[in-house]
Design a protein around this ligand. Structure first.
Ligand SMILES: Cc1cc2nc3c(=O)[nH]c(=O)nc-3n(C[C@H](O)[C@H](O)[C@H](O)COP(=O)(O)OP(=O)(O)OC[C@H]3O[C@@H](n4cnc5c(N)ncnc54)[C@H](O)[C@@H]3O)c2cc1C
Length: 389
């Protein structure tokens, strides 16, 4: 299905500018407190939904924004530059809609997508389990068919928006073969579905992460997306797109850290000069800029392949790897640029550094991205085919 149209570039630039303003005016004043107090900002997602920002890359006919992925990612980058938890949440929400858009029937799409894409409902994505993260096919959560209902039993770990979402996109085993996994949309208020207390994380503390427990959760057959046994395929295809979302948030995070570091380096003086005038320090900033630019370039390259309907899975893994590793390095260097002050909570760069770490872990750790890239090289897939884009 054609999910996007290319915006004229000035229209895209206007949209990205509007989101930058919205992030600066409405999100920035709330970030420090929400992150410190570990408060999930549900209301912020309503604001983004009302602004049409929660369904941007999906078709307009179902209430989405119909945007090219390339533009959507730059919007996400602007949000991530100000508030990583909200950027990640926006990306996870998009991931929670992916299965319905790509594998749902027309009736299912008409019924549920408008509220999901219009921001009325917030979604979550349940693939990982306590003993099945990098290897999701090892999952044990089971969906057993009973008449015209499935009965889901098991636990889904690490659910972003766990306990706050309005619905959960859940992958569960429907057979005994390793890949006999199906995909379901489970409303949050279904009997037997409960959230554990949220994880106590080192960063991204405004984003709630919880294990969701399914204790004989009954849902009608019509809430299965795609055929039985298609669930892992749907989940992994969604992750290709989702990884680009994480690359975008990580790029924004790195850009935000760099902006703080440059501003600080222009105002702080040592040995009678601004620290940015010391070549040794300005070279650190230059390397940070190069890292941000290369992250952005790999992310946009993959997005353009996706927008043209070309294979982009390997490039999405490259983008996720480069953007998140670079974000870790850039945010660590930002702390260095601020010296002792960088190590305090008086400045946001230490938070950026804590937030960057998780970007290397979720939606496939960076070891798993290397695995995907390595396998693609072994298959003989050539990046050269895509060099003209
Ligand atoms: C804040 C947060 C939010 C998350 N949100 C979600 C969510 O919304 N939905 C969801 O489904 N999941 C979510 N996750 C889970 C996340 O995707 C997993 O944590 C991740 O996939 C890694 O799985 P694991 O933690 O079980 O690590 P493991 O799979 O146990 O891996 C442990 C280590 O071994 C390495 N490793 C594993 N296999 C290989 C291999 N073959 N080769 C080389 N190295 C390997 C890994 O890279 C890692 O370093 C979230 C996690 C966090 C921390």
């Amino acid at each position: 299905m054609p999910a996007s149209r290319l915006l004229p570039s000035d229209e895209a630039v206007d949209l990205i500018g509007l989101v930058r303003d919205l992030a600066t005016r409405e999100l920035a004043p709330l970030v420090a407190r929400a992150e410190r107090e570990e408060q999930f900002p549900r209301e912020v997602f309503r604001v983004l939904g009302r602004a049409g920002l929660l369904g941007l890359p999906y078709p307009e006919e179902y209430g989405g924004g119909g945007l090219a992925y390339e533009v959507y990612l730059q919007v996400l980058e602007e949000i991530g530059a100000v508030w990583a938890s909200v950027g990640v949440g926006t990306s996870v929400h998009a991931l929670s809609c992916f299965g319905l858009v790509t594998a749902g029937t027309e009736e299912q799409r008409q019924r549920w997508l408008p509220d999901m894409l219009g921001g009325e409902l917030l979604g979550a994505y349940c693939l990982s389990e306590p003993h099945a993260g990098s290897d999701p096919a090892a999952m044990t959560t089971r969906a057993r068919l009973d008449g015209d209902e499935y009965v889901i039993t098991g636990a889904k770990a690490w659910t972003t928006h766990g306990g706050h979402a309005d619905y959960y996109k859940v992958m569960a085993r429907t057979g005994d073969g390793r890949n006999d996994i199906s995909c379901f949309l489970v409303p949050a208020d279904t009997d037997g579905l409960v959230a554990d207390p949220p994880e106590q994380k080192m960063g991204l503390t405004g984003s709630a992460t919880a294990t969701m427990r399914f204790d004989g959760v009954r849902i009608p057959v019509e809430r299965r997306l795609g055929a039985e046994g298609q669930g892992l395929k749907i989940a992994l295809a969604g992750l290709d797109a989702g990884r680009l979302g994480i690359a975008a948030v990580a790029t924004g995070l790195a850009q935000g850290a760099l902006d703080h570091a440059v501003a600080y380096a222009q105002s702080r003086e040592t040995f009678g000069e601004r620290i940015i005038d010391h070549q040794g320090l300005s070279f650190v900033l230059a390397d940070m800029e190069a890292a941000v630019q290369s992250a952005r370039a790999t992310m946009l390259h993959a997005a353009r392949l996706k927008d043209q309907g070309l294979p982009y899975g390997r490039e999405a893994s490259v983008a996720k790897l480069v953007a998140t590793d670079n974000a870790m390095r850039v945010t660590t260097d930002a702390v260095q640029v601020l010296g002792g002050y960088g190590y305090t909570r008086d400045f946001p760069v230490e938070r950026y550094m804590r937030e960057a770490k998780v970007m290397q872990i979720f939606e496939g750790t960076n070891q798993i991205q290397r695995l995907v890239i390595g396998r693609s090289l072994d298959r003989g897939d050539s990046g050269r085919l895509h060099r003209s884009t």
